[in-house]
Design a protein around this ligand. Structure first.
Ligand code: SAM
Ligand code: DTB
Ligand code: SF4
Length: 324
């Protein structure tokens, strides 16, 4: 039975003295995961910029004046080459991101389905983050071989409207339901460092903890404050907040892959090591996230060596289920 958490209990976990919190999270991590195994995902922006939404953190929103250049949907051949590189680099998952509000049933969607088929045939887990999807669209993605769908709650329900006004929290939850109904695995998390309160961080984890099944993957992003966005002046998020957030996610979502996502370029190896100790077991690798920089691949592999981490194989969870 999965524990039903209250917001008060999650807040208590979040506020636990730091070393005690890390130690509790490590214990949960050891019980449910292979320590030292980290899932490595590669990210590719298949359609960049020009997005009609107003997400205050996002450099790809058309209404903000950022340095991001608009790029139409990539060709399948180009994506194919990127997938080969990602695989050669040791990634087990490839995540395709599009600056769309929602998926439309048009030629671009057919192209994305082709991309999914191509990448899946290489033995990589394919994830996509394309905005809102209907149940029918999610089913078509699943039939094409999609493994996971990323759709972040980003923050608490109470804080949502301060960050995004062009859609609401329920729209996000409906997409997550559609994704589940299609039999896809769910990847959903959020961002810290946007000026939210601790209660907002806890509120987001609370909503994620209520989902049944709980999401297989939860990305925790530290805001990358991009010039031209309304959040450009936000101070960098302290590493201690990141460690607390990851440890709390690990305790509240014991079986989930917790992803130490955006913001790693500003974190030291020591800081990241604490995040892994607190239960992070997934990262995005490659020198670019969607539009902002990320540590160089070789640098990350050196960090893996130093910390004794090893990349997780593709479909390892599926194989485990089949063995039971
Ligand atoms: N357009 C789709 C959507 O919003 O669902 C998919 C792509 S969108 C860029 C995916 C996620 O990236 C967002 O939900 C947000 O959590 C994260 N993100 C975007 N800009 C970010 C930033 N500057 N710092 C940290 N995370 C960011
Ligand atoms: C997620 O939670 N983080 C990734 C992925 N899902 C798609 C995106 C981070 C984007 C950071 C800003 C950028 O590079 O544009
Ligand atoms: Fe568009 Fe997604 Fe960026 Fe929001 S986060 S502006 S929906 S690309």
């Amino acid at each position: 039975m999965i524990k039903e958490w209250t917001k008060e209990e999650i807040l208590e976990v979040y506020n636990t003295p730091l070393l005690e919190l890390i130690s509790k999270a490590t214990e949960v991590h050891q019980r449910h995961h292979k320590v030292g195994e980290v899932q490595v995902s590669s990210l590719l922006s298949i359609k960049t910029g020009g997005c009609p939404e107003d997400c205050a953190y996002c450099p790809q929103a058309a209404r903000y004046h950022t340095e991001v250049k608009v790029h139409k949907l990539m060709d399948v051949e180009e994506v194919n080459a990127c997938a080969d590189n990602a695989k050669a680099g040791g990634a087990s998952r490839m995540c395709l991101g599009a600056a769309w509000r929602e998926v439309r049933d048009n030629r671009d969607f057919e192209k994305v389905l082709d991309m999914v088929k191509t990448i899946n045939s290489k033995g990589l887990e394919v994830c996509a983050t394309l905005g809102m999807v209907t149940e029918d669209q999610a089913k078509r993605l699943a039939e094409a071989g999609l493994y996971a769908y990323n759709h972040n709650l980003d923050t608490s329900e109470e804080n949502y409207n301060n960050i995004i006004t062009t859609r609401n929290y329920d729209d996000r939850l409906t997409t997550l339901k559609n994704v589940r109904k299609a039999g896809l695995t769910v990847c959903s998390g959020g961002i810290i460092g946007m000026g939210e309160s601790i209660n907002d961080r806890v509120g987001m984890l609370y909503t994620l903890s209520l989902l049944r099944p709980q999401p297989e993957s939860v990305p925790i992003n530290a805001l990358v404050a991009v010039e031209g966005t309304p959040l450009e002046e936000q101070p960098p998020v302290p590493i201690w907040d990141m460690v607390r957030m990851i440890a709390t996610a690990r305790i509240v979502l014991p079986k989930t892959a917790v992803r130490l996502s955006a913001g790693r370029l500003s974190m030291s190896i020591e800081g990241q090591a604490l995040c892994f100790l607190a239960g992070a077991n997934s990262i995005f690798a490659g020198d670019k996230l969607l539009t902002t920089p990320n540590p160089e691949f070789n640098q990350d592999m050196e960090m893996f060596k130093l910390l004794g981490l090893s990349p997780k194989k593709a479909f390892a969870d599926k194989l485990k289920e089949e063995l039971v």
